[in-house]
Write a protein that binds this ligand. Structure first.
Ligand code: ATP
Ligand code: MG
Ligand code: ZN
Length: 453
């Protein structure tokens, strides 16, 4: 019987410590340490896969066979895009997201569209429940095998028997290893189960998708502590109450992480959104103040978004600044520049900023539209119709150039925009565009030309 030891595991980064402390010494998060029983010998316990590994010899790099390292298309274009063109054999992909966001739906649709046998292991739902979902989604693929199981060693045997092309584990927080004493969902279980799955993937060359719930609190370990163990990390995000979902890569050992997949949640499952800009602008009010349209880049794709601002007199000593979808500090900077450089008084106003559609923007190119939306609301003059605004704002009030201006303008042109307000510094990159160009160099000039009087 291995000796049991009490250790304290950080729910955020997965590090363990002999003593409790309020702040994690490793990642400096507060109140993330929780007590778990842990047997010291567990990591050294043998497994079939480990012993196979022992016989591995170093090989000259140019002698390593890589012909099999071709990507497997998942059959879902948006997922392939985020993975960098498909999944690599032996890769472990973590799909994280809030509860109920649609992770199981995405995995079931992936299992259905993959052109190979798939083993779908569910620790959360019964086979009947999954069948019901599959009926609704129309994903009753004959090559899809369901296994309601949470014991990792039983899953390992099933993988050996079934020899699937791809394995899906839904979710890692429900899986457990018998040789580890702590409960399923604890940091040590989640970490060791994931490490074990990685070993299975590497020795069998079967790609494994692992579903992980993002948890803000509670005693369930979140997927963040797995990020360094797995090959790729995708987060499924979006507003649960709206139908749009973004699949974003935050780590990818085999591709870029700049790509985003955009889906719409429908009765019959997730559908790729082929014209995202159109969708995000569809409900935009016309001729109303406090709204501006910009083009951001999601990976290599331009996306038109509406930035909204509401400014109202404040009764508070420290007026409210509430932002959704933009970075708080960038918003604070834009507000300060508007006050000092464009002489718009905002210090006694509450300001709310929102990106319509529940999308997040983290690009400086959205500074100018944000400023225009705020000024538009204050002056009660709408931003000129069919005008796209793009530009970074500097602290001196200057409008600075952004990257990929042509891509952004092309998208606006496609959607019927007529004018593009862009930084002067971008002028020389523009070769040909049907849009009328308004090149601006500072914030006052930009506001003068962008608002309807
Ligand atoms: N009949 C339906 N019509 C439309 N959408 C539905 C229907 N049933 C479920 N959904 C959508 O599917 C979502 C749940 O999907 P799913 O079970 O794949 O999420 P999950 O991330 O796996 O959740 P969990 O964290 O519970 O495992 C719901 O939030 C809802 O948006
Ligand atoms: Mg689920
Ligand atoms: Zn930590």
């Amino acid at each position: 019987m291995p000796k049991l030891e009490t250790r304290f595991f950080c729910q955020s980064c997965g590090q363990d410590f002999p003593r409790w402390s309020g702040q994690c010494p490793a990642c400096e998060e507060w109140n993330t340490l929780s007590e778990e029983k842990y047997s010291a010998s567990q990591e050294t316990q043998s497994s079939k896969f480990k012993t196979q590994n022992k016989s591995q010899q170093p090989t000259p790099i140019n002698k390593i066979d890589f012909s099999s390292e071709e990507r497997i298309s998942t059959g879902l274009d948006e997922l392939d895009r985020v993975l960098g063109g498909g999944v690599v054999p032996g890769a472990v992909v973590l799909v994280g997201g809030d509860p109920g966001i649609g992770k199981s739906t995405l995995m079931l649709q992936t299992a259905n569209s993959l052109k190979m046998p798939v083993l779908y292991v569910s620790g959360e739902e019964s086979a009947r429940q999954i069948r019901m979902r599959a009926e609704r989604l129309g994903t009753l693929s004959k090559t899809l095998q369901l296994l309601p199981e949470t014991n990792l060693f039983a899953i390992e045997s099933a993988i050996e028997n079934v020899k699937p092309g791809v394995v899906i584990i839904d979710s890692i927080q429900t899986m457990f290893r018998e040789d580890i004493t702590s409960t399923a969902g604890s940091v040590s279980q989640v970490r060791e189960c994931a490490a074990y799955l990685v070993r299975i993937a590497k020795t069998t060359h079967i790609p494994i998708f692992i579903v992980g719930h993002v948890t803000k609190e509670g005693n369930i370990a979140g997927p963040r502590l797995l990020e360094h163990i797995v090959d790729a990390v995708l987060y499924f995000e979006g507003d649960q109450h709206k139908q749009y979902r973004l699949l974003r890569g935050v780590k990818n050992r085999f591709g870029s992480i700049s790509e985003v997949g955009i889906f719409e949640m429908k009765e019959n499952g997730l559908q790729a959104v082929l014209n995202p800009s159109e969708v995000f602008l569809s409900e935009r009010p016309q001729g109303v103040s406090g709204s501006a349209v910009t083009a951001v880049l999601e990976g290599t794709r331009p996306l038109l978004l509406e930035i909204q601002a509401l400014v109202s007199p404040s009764k508070l000593v420290a007026p409210r600044r509430a932002v959704v979808g933009v970075d708080y500090n960038r918003a604070a900077m834009v507000i300060a520049v508007l006050e000092r450089r464009a002489r718009i008084s905002l210090s006694s106003s509450d300001i709310y900023i929102n990106v319509a559609g529940g999308v997040s923007v983290d690009e400086p190119a959205a500074d100018l539209p944000m400023a225009a939306a705020i000024a538009s609301c204050v002056k009660n003059q709408p931003v000129k119709e069919k005008t796209l605004l793009v530009g970074e704002i500097g602290l001196a009030g200057e409008i600075r150039a952004v990257n990929q201006i042509e891509l952004r303008m092309a998208e606006a042109e496609k959607l019927g925009f007529e004018v593009a307000m862009i930084p002067v510094g971008n002028l020389k990159q523009i070769k040909g565009s049907k849009l009328k160009i308004a090149a601006v160099s500072n914030i006052s000039e930009a506001l003068k030309h962008s608002l309807d009087s």
